[in-house]
Design a protein around this ligand. Structure first.
Ligand code: SF4
Length: 379
């Protein structure tokens, strides 16, 4: 039976963080009930076509901030997933959470509803850095959220951290890593702060009021994370992700391995049966479209063979295990050596990739420069 990942986007946040370019919108109590209804309706629409003969291996509620919804709505959403799809017995069920939105009663109900993995947006254990990032929680609130989650029986926690903040130093980054490790999380994601177009941070940078650390320091901080986390027993399995053995994020692995995934909600993307599509971003527009059509697709396309190849290479190289070359050649009916041999040779000499008969992978330096290295294959 084919398996499927299910992603549900909850676009509401208490406040827009300065660096954020995700599809997030201010909490809108007057709209949120209609949004959940639309999400359920959209799920019904796709289940009619895609649930037969398939199982669901993972469910991921991301955002935005899913925990801005009332817990009863989060229960209803998961119940509907169970009713419409055949969930695998060990289906991974994740919910992203902001420490500022969590209480013990909330977590207890989530656990009873069947959510068992929580991904917590921590970003830093220094209050001044959290303030700089425009986060609405404190480091103490992270401590209490993790303690509450453990007390309620969540045995699969992921913590997100961010490095290369303005003024960041190795000492401060080590301190955040140390405090994260003290929580003994099953999974950690460490993201390099980038300034994206259209964000508040971009305006600040243009006005000379925000400067990121130089690239050599960014690389040093990245290497510090790899060194500290692998020494603590975590497996570095993707550019930004580390896990205890067997606790890799199954939902994201499916995505990086080019598996089928159904994305529901405002701005969500999906990749099913070789087609890609994307929903309207604005929640109000999303709701209107779902009411009228059952879905809210804004654009849809079947990638050309070249685009599919690019995507497979781009996603596969994110994984530390690298891209299986034989599999790639079989899928695209092409010789890797003939097509990419010259580029691979040049990247090998620069120390940006590793290559054997079986797999192509990025080196540590290559991982840090992943986007530009991958582009070279298609220059
Ligand atoms: S909490 Fe996350 S999704 Fe919401 S604004 Fe901040 S970074 Fe963006």
């Amino acid at each position: 039976m084919n398996s499927l990942g299910l992603y549900l986007h909850i676009p509401y946040c208490l406040h827009k963080c300065g660096y954020c370019d995700f599809n997030s919108h201010p909490v809108n109590q007057g709209e949120m009930d209609a949004y959940v209804d639309a999400l359920l309706r959209e799920m019904d629409h796709y289940a009619r076509e895609w649930s037969a003969g398939r199982t669901v291996a993972s469910i991921f509620l991301g955002g935005g901030t899913p925990t801005t919804l009332p817990v009863s709505a989060l229960e209803t959403i998961l119940d509907r997933c169970r009713n419409r799809f055949a969930l695998e017995p060990d289906c991974e069920i994740t919910l992203e959470a902001n420490p500022a939105t969590i209480s013990p009663g909330f977590l207890s109900q989530l656990r009873n509803a069947g959510y068992h993995r929580i991904s917590i947006g921590v970003q830093s254990f220094h209050d001044d850095e959290l303030k700089l990032l425009d986060r609405v929680h404190s480091a103490d609130e992270v401590d209490s959220t993790v303690a509450m989650a453990r007390a309620e029986g969540f045995d699969n926690l992921s913590l997100d951290l961010m490095f290369a903040l303005p003024g960041h130093t190795p000492e401060r980054w080590r301190e955040s890593l140390r405090r994260a490790l003290a929580k003994d999380p099953e999974h950690l994601s460490t993201y390099n702060l980038t300034v994206e177009p259209g964000t508040v941070f971009e305006k600040l940078r243009r006005g000379g009021r925000l400067t990121l650390p130089p690239e050599d320091l960014q690389l040093e901080l990245y290497q510090e994370a790899i060194h500290t986390l692998t020494a603590a027993g975590y497996r570095h399995y993707e550019i930004s992700n580390f896990a205890k053995p067997g606790r890799e994020c199954r939902h994201n692995l499916n995505y990086w391995n080019n598996g089928d995934f159904l994305g529901l909600g405002a701005g969500a993307s999906m990749g099913l049966g070789g087609r890609r599509s994307k929903n309207f971003n604005l929640p109000s527009r999303y709701i209107r479209e779902v009411l009228a059509r059952g879905h809210a697709v804004e654009s849809s396309e079947s990638p050309t063979p070249r685009e599919a190849m690019e995507e497979t290479l781009m996603l596969g190289l994110r994984l530390l295990q690298g891209l299986p070359i034989r599999q790639f050649e079989d899928r695209f009916q092409t010789s890797f050596q003939t097509r990419f041999g010259k580029t691979a040779e040049s990247l090998l000499q620069k120390g940006l990739i590793t290559l054997d008969n079986e797999r192509l992978a990025l080196s540590h330096r290559g991982l840090f420069l992943a986007d530009s290295v991958i582009l070279e294959f298609f220059a």
